[in-house]
Design a protein around this ligand. Structure first.
Ligand SMILES: Cc1ncc(COP(=O)(O)O)c(C=O)c1O
Length: 348
C-alpha cells in the first residue's frame, strides 16, 4: 500500500518555515521585517467603514478599484496590474503560470527561502547562483533557458541592492520570465518599475507588508507586461483578495505622505543602527531594506540569537553556510533599537 497520498514532490518537500510570531507580548520583535509603526489612520478608518452586512457578499474578484489605484500610483495600465493575498500569493501564481512540470527556476543564493519551496511544489528544478563576496551577481552566470528567474531587490536577507544595469542586462539575456521581487524597494534608492514598463518578460512584485505596515492584512501586487499579467489572472483563486484587504490597499495608497514619513523614519533608524554597530566592531552588510544583516563579534551568531531572546529581543538567524555567521535585524522604533544596543553592550 502507498505510504502517503501526497505527490512525490510534496512527500520530499521541506516546507517554508516562517519567522516566529510569539504568543506572548512584551517582546521586541525584530525578526520578520514588519514595520514598527502602525498603518495610516486612514486605512484603519476605511476598514471600520467597510465592516457591515456587506461581508455576506463576495468581494470584487479582480480587485478593480485597488488595481486602478495601483496603476495610477505606479504608472501602469489597468491590464498591467494584478493584486494578490500578499506578494507570496503573486509569487505562487508566477510558479503556476510560468513553470511546467520538470522545468527549471533559478535564483541567487542566499535569497528568499520561499523560492525553492514554491519550485518544489510545482515539481520544478532549482538552480542557484551564488553572490560573490561583495554580494554582486554576473548576468552571464544565469542560464538564459530558465522558465523563471527570481531576484530580490534589495535582496533578502542581505539587504543589498541589485544595480539597474544588471537587471536590464539580465532581462535582455533571458528567454523566460524575470520576476524582480521588490518587497523592500520602498526603502531603496532605485527600483525596477521602468524596466517592467518596457520589457516583455519582466514582472515586478510589491508588498504592502513592509513599507505600508500591513503584514497582517495580506496584500501585494505585480506590475508588468499585460500578457504576463493575463497569465497570472488565469491561475489565481477566484477571490484571492478579501473585501477588507482591497479597501485597506486603496486607503493606503491615498495617504502617501504618511507612507513617505514612515519609510524615512525606518531608513534613518537603519543608518543610525549601522553606525552604532560598526562603532562596536560588528560587520554590517550595506543595506537598502528595512533590516540589516550583521556579523556580531565575540561569540557565534547562533549564540547571540539565544542570548538576545533570553533578554526578550527576537532577531532572525539563518542556519545556512553563507548566513550562519550573521544575524538579520529588522528595524524597530528608535526606542526599541536603543534597548537592543544596550543589551548588546551588556552582552558584549
Ligand atoms: C523577499 C520577500 N518577498 C516577499 C515576501 C512576502 O511578502 P508578503 O507579506 O507581501 O507576502 C517577503 C516576506 O518576508 C520577502 O522577504
Amino acid at each position: 500500500m502507498k505510504s502517503s497520498f501526497a505527490r512525490p514532490c510534496i512527500e520530499r518537500l521541506r516546507p517554508y518555515v516562517p519567522g516566529e510570531q510569539p504568543k506572548i507580548s512584551g517582546l521586541i520583535k525584530l525578526n520578520t521585517n514588519e514595520n514598527p509603526y502602525p498603518p495610516s489612520p486612514k486605512v484603519l478608518a476605511a476598514i471600520r467603514r467597510e465592516l457591515d452586512e456587506r461581508l455576506r457578499l463576495y468581494p470584487d474578484p479582480t480587485s478593480d478599484r485597488l488595481r486602478a489605484r495601483i496603476a495610477a500610483a505606479y504608472g501602469f495600465r489597468l491590464d498591467q496590474v494584478i493584486a494578490g493575498n500578499g506578494s507570496d500569493d503573486i509569487l505562487t501564481l508566477c510558479l503556476r503560470a510560468f513553470v511546467d512540470d520538470g522545468a527549471f527556476v533559478q535564483f541567487p543564493r542566499p535569497t528568499y527561502s520561499l523560492y525553492p519551496v514554491l519550485t518544489q511544489i510545482q515539481n520544478g528544478k532549482t538552480r542557484e547562483i551564488p553572490f560573490d563576496d561583495d554580494f554582486a551577481l554576473d548576468p552571464a552566470a544565469f542560464d538564459a533557458r530558465a522558465s523563471l528567474t527570481l531576484v530580490v531587490h534589495p535582496n533578502a536577507p542581505t539587504g543589498t541592492p541589485l544595480p539597474q544595469d544588471f537587471l536590464r542586462e539580465l532581462a535582455r539575456r533571458l528567454k523566460g520570465v524575470l520576476v524582480v521581487d521588490e518587497a523592500y524597494a520602498d526603502f531603496a534608492n532605485e527600483n525596477a518599475l521602468a524596466l517592467a514598463r518596457k520589457a516583455r518578460n519582466v514582472l515586478v512584485t510589491r508588498s504592502f507588508s513592509k513599507s505600508f505596515s500591513l503584514a497582517g492584512m495580506r496584500l501585494g501586487f505585480a506590475v508588468g507586461d499585460a500578457a504576463l499579467v493575463e497569465a497570472l489572472f488565469k491561475v489565481k483563486d477566484s477571490y484571492n483578495l478579501d473585501r477588507l484587504a482591497q479597501t485597506a490597499g486603496v486607503a493606503a495608497l491615498s495617504d502617501m505622505p504618511y507612507h513617505r514619513r514612515c519609510v524615512a523614519r525606518v531608513v534613518r533608524t537603519r543608518e543610525r543602527l549601522r553606525r552604532e554597530l560598526e562603532r562596536r566592531g560588528w560587520r554590517v552588510v550595506p543595506s537598502q531594506a528595512n533590516f540589516l544583516l550583521v556579523r556580531p563579534p565575540g561569540r557565534p551568531a547562533g549564540q547571540w540569537l539565544g542570548a538576545l531572546k533570553i533578554r526578550r529581543i527576537l532577531v532572525r538567524w539563518f542556519d545556512q553556510p553563507e548566513t550562519r555567521d550573521f544575524l538579520r535585524i529588522t528595524m524597530g522604533t528608535d526606542r526599541q533599537m536603543d534597548r537592543f544596543l544596550s543589551v548588546v553592550d551588556d552582552l558584549g
